[in-house]
Ligand binder design. Structure first.
Ligand code: PMP
Length: 434
């Protein structure tokens, strides 16, 4: 596969954009410059085509440039752009849909990124409880702000201590964030007992997708609900990945545990910028969009184009067979890859939930970040790079998950399994002593 044009253009791009990319985990080696996306396919400027399993980091659930979504956006474009005062009918329709689908969503507010949504969840929880401390879990990612940007893919030495994702983070802002082990009720009980009356919020991804695919156990989620009720703590599910991706009602509609607040984003608008926070009415009414005192603002919030995209996405997902198909593909591709690996004698575990899957080079189970640390990161990256060279795009970063869209076909899945066989064979050969 040739990458000459990408390399040359990237060199130009990197003169004005630090590192040539606008999000740290977009950096690729070799650099790729993309110019086309359609359905399940993306194309770089050298003309290489890839079956895409990155899907914009998850948002693109229906496939790139889904015609129904694009038509809906075009229709709104014919009459409206950003007004930035008052309301629009379309944002009302969208929030009504979200409210009807997501169990915790008595009321909904829209913003543009998941990071904003989780920031609002923390601030609202602190205002409601008049407490400072928040609990997050090792391996969960909730965006880039100082309250939560820590302890995701930490090194073993950083377990149990703050592991900020960035320099320049305010220590005083991190000081009230406690990081605990995912799926450990015991640790939560211990922390809450030690900080009785001081914990404002427990926030978690109900499936820790930021370290691949590590689901919270039902017992853990139920015990969090119980602890929060007992102690007056706000329970927030960060469903930025899981909501609309796994079900229209989010993972909460699957597991039956209803949080007080939910953050969502990504798949809601099939790739258009949109996120939000929803939850119990009396909590949401604390925002100053209503009569409350918790500040909520954003120039681009509820942008009509994003609202149109989101409404069209939800309408297309509603009552369709799309989730059945996505779940089936997730299972088939995961079992297929593991079967190829076992034929070659490589130990893999392709963890999956719905349309999200990840091949760990480690044995199951994967219940917490400690387990994910057993993943052979070098094998993981070699496999992914070999897949890219074979026209299957899986983000070459350790622990990052793959996403299937409604535009993927049986043939795409078959091809992915077949190419996995080749990539794993290559890996096996490179491991043999010379
Ligand atoms: N929460 C979760 C669970 C996420 O996965 C992400 C992004 N990967 C965020 C929050 C932050 O969202 P954004 O990148 O839109 O700010």
């Amino acid at each position: 596969m040739k990458h000459d044009k990408s390399r040359a253009m990237f060199e130009q791009i990197a003169k004005c954009i630090p590192g040539g990319v606008n999000t740290s985990l977009r950096k690729l080696d070799p650099p790729l410059v993309f110019s086309k996306a359609e359905g399940a396919r993306i194309q770089d400027i050298d003309g290489n085509e890839y079956i895409d399993y990155h899907m914009g980091f998850g948002p693109v659930i229906l496939g790139h440039r889904d015609p129904d979504v694009e038509n809906a956006v075009d229709e709104v474009r014919g009459s409206l752009d950003l007004i930035g005062a008052g309301s629009t009918e379309i944002e009302g329709k969208l929030c009504d849909k979200i409210s009807k689908n997501v169990p915790s969503a008595e009321k909904v507010l829209l913003c543009t990124s998941g990071s904003e949504a989780t920031y609002h969840a923390v601030r609202l929880s602190r205002a409601i409880t008049k407490r400072k401390r928040i609990i997050k879990f090792q391996g969960c990612y909730h965006g880039w702000h100082d309250y939560l940007a820590m302890n995701v893919m930490s090194s073993r030495q950083k377990l149990g201590v703050h592991d900020p994702l960035s320099a320049g983070m305010l220590e005083e802002a991190m000081q009230y964030t406690t990081v605990l082990k995912f799926n450990s009720t015991q640790e939560v009980e211990r922390c809450v007992a030690k900080n009785r009356g001081k914990v404002a919020c427990i926030i978690l991804e109900p499936i820790a997708h930021n370290i691949g695919c590590v689901p919270a156990s039902l017992e853990f989620l139920k015990s969090l609900r119980e602890i929060c009720d007992r102690e007056g703590i706000v329970l927030a599910f960060d469903e930025v990945i899981t909501c609309f991706r796994h079900a229209l009602g989010g993972y909460q509609s699957i597991c039956g545990v209803t949080p007080d607040l939910t953050t969502f984003g990504k798949a809601v608008a099939n790739g258009y910028p949109m996120a939000g926070i929803c939850g119990r009415a009396e909590m949401m009414d604390r925002f100053n969009t209503a009569k409350g005192d918790v500040f909520f603002a954003g120039t681009f919030n509820a942008h009509p184009y994003s609202c149109a995209a989101a409404l069209a996405t939800i309408r297309k997902l509603e009552g369709s067979q799309i989730y059945d198909r996505l779940y089936k593909f997730g299972k088939v591709v995961s079992e297929g890859i593991d079967s190829e690996a076992s034929k070659i004698g490589i130990e893999t575990y392709t963890a999956h939930f719905g349309s999200v899957f990840i091949t760990y080079f480690a044995r199951p189970p994967m219940n917490s970040y400690d387990d994910v640390l057993r993943n052979d990161a070098q094998a993981f990256l070699s496999y992914r790079k070999a897949m890219i060279e074979r026209g299957i795009f899986m983000l070459p970063y350790n622990g990052k998950r793959n996403y299937i869209s409604a535009a993927h076909t049986d043939q795409d899945i078959e091809r992915t399994v077949e190419k996995s066989g080749e990539a794993l064979q290559l890996l096996s050969a490179s491991r043999e002593p010379s």
